[in-house]
Design a protein around this ligand. Structure first.
Ligand code: KG4
Ligand code: ZN
Length: 333
């Protein structure tokens, strides 16, 4: 089955042609340049840019594969969660194409797509723990099987990617801040600044990142604000974030008796986090990590999930709405 998948939930547009569990071609249109001067994503600009880039990105995706629209057998698009205007652009385009070509349509949940994105390159085993670390989410699920997820941990304030971006902005790094901190941290001393380990009283598995973000802000304001301090804050912040995530993972593993992990989301590109997760393998864990291009928002992860649901004859009504928020646990086809 040949699927065309569209991802447009935030500032990146991506279209994938996917066939029989393989990515045939993957096209991207990044908006980094558009939003960089504002230091973050401007929703209205994001949806307008998606509108402008949909057809060129589709053409580039089809051209790379030397494929025509007629060869597509099903269409998938992200329907939730994310920026409502951005989702609407991709979703309505996908539904229109499905109607015109008279082929099945399926709406995909962005977080479910991240969660199972390691499957694009790996045969993953279930049950597993699935940690999604992105600009909007820091969610840890127990994945029982396709479509069955139990939320074990989430952040009570900032998402981890959001904290990376905010700390980067405070210390004068460009947007998106995550990759910038990752780069700078390699030259800094992770023990230069100390933080109080966050504790969430209501649920010991829950995480919090706003305290360490605020501490970074205070350290920066009280400092001489030079390049060495930038590097040391980047290294200290990143190492603390990784410590928090690793502690959560280990606790969740003890509680669930699961030592299989699927790591996903933009922050899964982070080199220190990847190394820490890899080191779990020495303790008997089985860890599945996507390549960086499949960690950040991409349409291959939408296609991977769509393929599995369509194989089970599951699809969505053509009047499916876009949702800015939609709990993953309530998903059903
Ligand atoms: O999954 P994603 O592309 O979009 C969302 O669904 O949010 O994640 C974007 C986030 C941004 O916050 C970005 O700064 C972060 O992923 N990110 C990183 C790295 N690369 C991207 N954070 C830390 N280290 C990185 N290398
Ligand atoms: Zn995402």
């Amino acid at each position: 089955m040949r699927i065309l998948a569209i991802e447009s939930s935030c500032d990146d547009l991506s279209i994938c042609l996917y066939e029989d569990k393989k990515v045939v071609s993957l096209a991207f249109s990044s908006q980094e340049e558009v939003h960089r001067k504002y230091g973050g994503v401007i929703p209205e600009l994001a949806s307008r840019e998606h509108l402008k880039m949909l057809i060129p990105t589709l053409e580039s995706c089809l051209e790379k594969a030397n494929a025509s629209l007629d060869s597509i057998e099903a269409i998938a698009a992200t329907f939730a969660p994310g920026l409502i205007g951005s989702i609407l652009v991709g979703l309505n385009f996908a539904k229109t194409l499905a109607l015109c070509l008279n082929i099945p349509f399926i709406g995909i949940h962005h977080i479910e797509a991240h969660l199972l994105s390691p499957q694009i390159e790996h045969e993953c085993l279930f049950p597993a723990l699935g940690l999604v670390v992105s600009g909007g989410h820091t969610h840890l699920y127990k994945i029982k099987k396709l479509g069955e997820y139990e939320l074990m941990s989430q952040t009570v304030d900032d998402a981890v990617g959001e904290a990376f971006d905010k700390v980067a902005k405070v210390i004068g790094l460009p947007y998106p801040g995550g990759p910038e901190i990752d780069k700078l941290a390699k030259e800094g001393n992770p023990n230069s600044f100390s933080f109080t380990f966050p504790r969430v009283k209501s649920n010991t598995l829950f995480t919090s990142f706003s305290g360490i973000k605020t501490a970074c802000l205070q350290y920066w304001e009280q400092s001489t604000q030079n390049h060495t301090i930038q590097k040391d804050i980047a290294a200290s912040f990143q190492s603390m974030v990784v410590r928090i995530l690793m502690k959560t993972l280990k606790k969740a593993s003890q509680l669930s008796d699961i030592k299989t992990l699927l790591l996903s989301g933009g922050v899964a590109c982070n080199s220190e986090l990847r190394n820490a997760v890899r080191s779990l393998e020495k303790e008997g864990w089985n860890c599945f990590l996507p390549s960086p291009k499949y960690c950040t928002d991409n349409a291959a992860m939408i296609a991977n999930l769509a393929y599995q649901y369509l194989e089970q004859n599951k699809n969505s009504p053509i009047n499916l709405d876009a949702h800015a928020q939609f709990p993953l646990e309530t998903i059903s086809y």
